[in-house]
Design a protein around this ligand. Structure first.
Ligand SMILES: Nc1ncnc2c1ncn2[C@@H]1O[C@H](COP(=O)(O)OP(=O)(O)OP(=O)(O)O)[C@@H](O)[C@H]1O
Length: 308
């Protein structure tokens, strides 16, 4: 369990993190979201003990991070923002170095290194200097050093930042595989990542928590939640008929894509009515789907107060 209570960090007169409180349980993968400068990295640095809070407390697996930083850090793996330091070391030497710092030696060290090299797929670059690696491999080296001691808590600051779509997919797979019976906190700007890997989403804006819930609950806040989007082959005179259906709150037409979205009144569904109308009118349809909700709209709504 991670317990965060009234965590605050000021830089001079500026408050970067403002009385943030939340708990994270074993088995949870928490997506930590927020616009640039919202306070994500600052919060993660305070959780991991790399930055002292101005006030407030963090307890990780029963260890108070300020009072017992060494004990707390034993429980945690941390991937900071950006590339690993020690760029002139080879991957293998770097992992050996980190493994020793984490208390491994001899055969146990070799076993741990073999294990993480397999998990993160690093074998082809083991003898390459870190500074000569591609961005994706540097990120994987960062993840490898974070998991070398098989910690119960993983704090990953933008783990897929700058990766290509294949590498993003691999890193998300890895996080999913690692996350059983652990606590994982991932900061990200990528909203699709939240649906892909997280069991819970927490949004921070200007140092304050503005949303805490499941990805499905986040999507349900979107005005698109349960809307029906259709692409008609001949989209003439459909709008008026759709608008007159029971439970329909409004219609949105996207001229560029040709998609027409039918919004239900709050808490209602329009799926059946739209479907029946299409069949009754014998309209030809190229695309038809019920929207789960658009996360980018909700993100804007909760972080800058825009109505989606
Ligand atoms: N050492 C520091 N001195 C002064 N201000 C700082 C310092 N570190 C962070 N800040 C400020 O605190 C705020 C929060 O920064 P933080 O890096 O936590 O944001 P973030 O949510 O991680 O942003 P990003 O998504 O861009 O990485 C920013 O306005 C930043 O400029």
């Amino acid at each position: 369990m991670i317990q965060i209570s009234e965590l605050t960090r000021r830089f001079g007169p500026f408050t970067a993190v403002n009385k943030v409180s939340f708990n994270v349980k074993l088995g949870e993968v928490l997506g930590f979201l927020g616009p640039n400068g919202a306070g994500k990295s600052t919060t993660m640095k305070m959780i991991t003990g790399f930055l002292a809070p101005t006030s407030g407390q963090v307890t990780v697996m029963g260890q108070n991070v300020a009072k017992n930083p060494m004990n707390a850090q034993k429980q945690m793996g941390y991937l900071p923002e950006g590339a690993p330091s020690y760029g002139d070391m080879t991957v293998l030497n770097f992992l050996r170095f980190i493994g020793k710092v984490r208390g491994f030696s001899g055969e146990a060290l070799d076993q741990r290194i073999n294990k993480v090299v397999g998990q993160v797929a690093l074998s082809e670059v083991l003898n390459q200097r870190i500074e000569t690696l591609s961005k994706g491999f540097k990120r994987r080296v960062g993840i490898a050093q974070a998991i070398i001691h098989d910690p119960q808590v993983l704090i990953l600051d933008e783990p897929t930042d700058g990766l290509d779509p294949n590498q993003k997919h691999q890193v998300r797979e890895l996080i999913r595989n690692l996350s059983k019976d652990k606590i994982v906190i991932i900061s990200t700007h990528i909203l699709e990542e939240v649906s892909a890997v997280c069991s819970r989403a927490l949004i921070i804006s200007s140092g304050n928590i503005v949303f805490d819930g499941t990805p499905a609950e986040l999507a349900a806040k979107s005005k698109y939640h349960n809307a029906v989007t259709v692409k008609f082959t001949h989209p003439y005179e459909v709008k008026q008929k759709l608008e007159s259906l029971v439970n329909v709150y409004g219609i949105e037409c996207d001229d560029e894509s040709g998609l027409i979205t039918v919004f239900p009144e709050t808490g209602k569904s329009v799926l059946k009515q739209v479907n029946e109308l299409i069949h009754a009118q014998d309209w030809e349809v190229e695309e038809f789907h019920v929207e789960k909700g658009r996360l980018d709209d909700v993100f804007r709504q909760v972080t800058v107060g825009e109505i989606a």
